[in-house]
Write a protein that binds this ligand. Structure first.
Ligand SMILES: Cc1cc2nc3c(=O)[nH]c(=O)nc-3n(C[C@H](O)[C@H](O)[C@H](O)COP(=O)(O)OP(=O)(O)OC[C@H]3O[C@@H](n4cnc5c(N)ncnc54)[C@H](O)[C@@H]3O)c2cc1C
Length: 445
């Protein structure tokens, strides 16, 4: 029987703790987390802020009590401040202010990530917010009740920034979204897709300050009042920083091998460069099947899967990760977009001899009289090997399940020709005999 210490108990940590306990190996599990809550679904934050869900109750799926009932010892509000990797001891500061020294046989690091705050003048002014924790969302919601907060700027047009822009607009705020790129969501979608989202945001009255770099923030009486970019100046009462996340790897950065952004490098068993030390979730790398290499993709889905894999291996049940594709989705007002793997632009940047095939068609047969919106699809493939390396889909209709097939196709290295012959059923209520997926594949050059 081993003692396994887990540092961090959000999505990755919770999945790992539950996995380890469910294996009933009799190992002792001791957990430290600096926060006061467990398993907050940040993905519901924009819905909560925007008033599209009633409250935050449904945004948690576990808690200290549940994990303790299962058999773990949990210390909340107890940050681990130092780890002695040579002597296998963690040093945590407990809620009551005392210091706890906990020895371990195995260690699981699940310390996640933290928003990147650009080092600009004015970043510490009041009403310059970040959004990561439950507490951040609570604070923003409280501030939105102040009617003097009329102009909100969101810095960063990735999926969190775009979701929050919608949430603030739903509150009747004058919203400006600023990004150095000339579009939104460029990491996940090619221009033919993110232009749809750009138009969608503009149609709902959101000001697009794309192709602009935030230079500084100015304030009066300690509160933010202006956001200055290299091209313009905006009146603001609140600024939300959403330019990205950095892995939380302070504890091990001098001891463990790290990736270019500082994430702990792990193998397919979530093992780090030090024996008996595992890393899972946003603080660790993933194996990305679309590039056949190690990568960093911070998503709750990856965190949970890596927690399951790490949990098995930590208790001695060998399990290999099968890698990920970075599958993601976004729904802003009525526009739904999903993607997986590489965009065409990204594939080219990586030096891949990439090609794409596009198709757009009605979801269902035209004789179906109910609502039948169009679906736009792009499949990206390697011209030399013909293997599918990415896909993007957009519609006002929920077509999201289709992207899972592409995720599997990338994972399993399916060729575009094989996809064109794949058995896709037909029923007029659902699709067309020559459905858009088959048609896109058949149209590949
Ligand atoms: C607004 C928002 C929306 C998102 N939407 C989606 C989405 O739609 N889909 C999706 O897949 N992902 C989404 N994500 C990303 C997702 O939330 C993260 O990928 C996920 O939280 C990673 O889980 P994690 O457990 O690895 O890390 P984290 O959630 O960062 O948790 C790390 C935990 O470690 C603890 N910790 C850190 N340092 C210490 C220490 N020294 N001692 C003790 N404890 C420590 C922290 O308190 C925390 O509980 C979203 C994120 C945000 C912020």
């Amino acid at each position: 029987m081993s003692k396994i210490v887990v540092v961090g108990a959000n999505h990755a940590g919770t999945a790992c703790i539950k996995t380890m306990l469910s294996q009933k190996t009799g190992d002792e599990i001791v957990v430290f987390d600096s926060n006061s809550n467990i398993s907050f679904l940040g993905c519901g934050m924009a819905l909560w802020i925007g008033g599209q869900i009633k409250g935050s109750d449904g945004l948690f799926y576990s808690n200290k009590e549940e994990l303790e009932q299962m058999g773990a010892k949990i210390y909340m509000e107890s940050p681990v401040e130092r780890i002695d990797f040579d002597n296998k001891i963690v040093y945590a500061k407990l809620k009551d202010g005392s210091t706890k020294e906990e020895s371990y046989d195995k260690l699981v690091l699940a310390t996640g990530s933290w928003p990147i705050i650009p080092n600009v003048e004015g970043k510490d002014l009041e009403n310059v917010q970040m959004v990561k924790l439950f507490q951040h969302a609570e604070e923003v919601i409280e501030k939105l009740k102040d009617e003097t907060i009329k102009n909100v700027a969101v810095v960063g047009a990735g999926y969190i920034g775009v979701e929050l822009a919608e949430a603030f607009e739903r509150h009747g705020k004058n919203v400006t979204i600023v990004d150095i790129a000339d579009t939104c969501l460029p990491a996940y979608y090619d221009p033919e897709f993110n232009s749809l989202m750009k138009q969608n945001l503009a149609d709902h009255g959101i000001n697009l300050a794309f192709g602009q770099m935030m230079k500084k923030l100015e304030g009066e009486n300690g509160k933010v009042t202006k956001l200055i970019t290299d091209k313009a100046s905006y009146d603001v009462d609140m600024v939300i920083m959403c330019i990205g996340f950095r892995p939380n790897t302070e504890l091990g950065k001098d001891k463990l091998e790290t990736f270019r952004n500082g994430a702990y490098i792990v193998n397919r068993n979530q093992e780090t460069s030090i024996k008996d030390v595992y890393a899972i979730g946003d603080c660790a790398t993933v194996f990305d099947n679309s590039i056949d290499d190690v990568n960093y993709i911070a998503l709750a889905t990856n965190a949970v899967r890596s927690g399951i894999v790490g949990g098995h291996n930590a208790v001695g049940v060998k399990l290999d990760s099968i890698g990920v594709q970075g599958s993601n989705g976004i729904c802003i007002y009525d526009l739904k977009m999903v993607s997986t793997g590489l965009t065409y632009n990204k594939a080219l940047k990586l030096g891949i001899n990439a090609e794409y095939t596009d198709f757009e068609d009605f979801q269902k047969s035209e004789f179906i009289e109910e609502e039948n919106p169009k679906v736009k699809i792009r499949i990206v493939y390697d011209k030399d090997t013909r293997v599918i390396i990415g896909a993007q889909m957009a519609s006002t209709h929920d077509m999201s399940m289709g992207i899972h097939m592409f995720s599997l196709a990338i994972q399993e290295k399916v060729t575009i020709e094989k996809l064109s012959l794949t058995d896709i059923f037909f029923l007029p209520h659902f699709n067309k005999p020559y459905n858009y997926i088959t048609m896109a594949a058949i149209s590949a050059k």
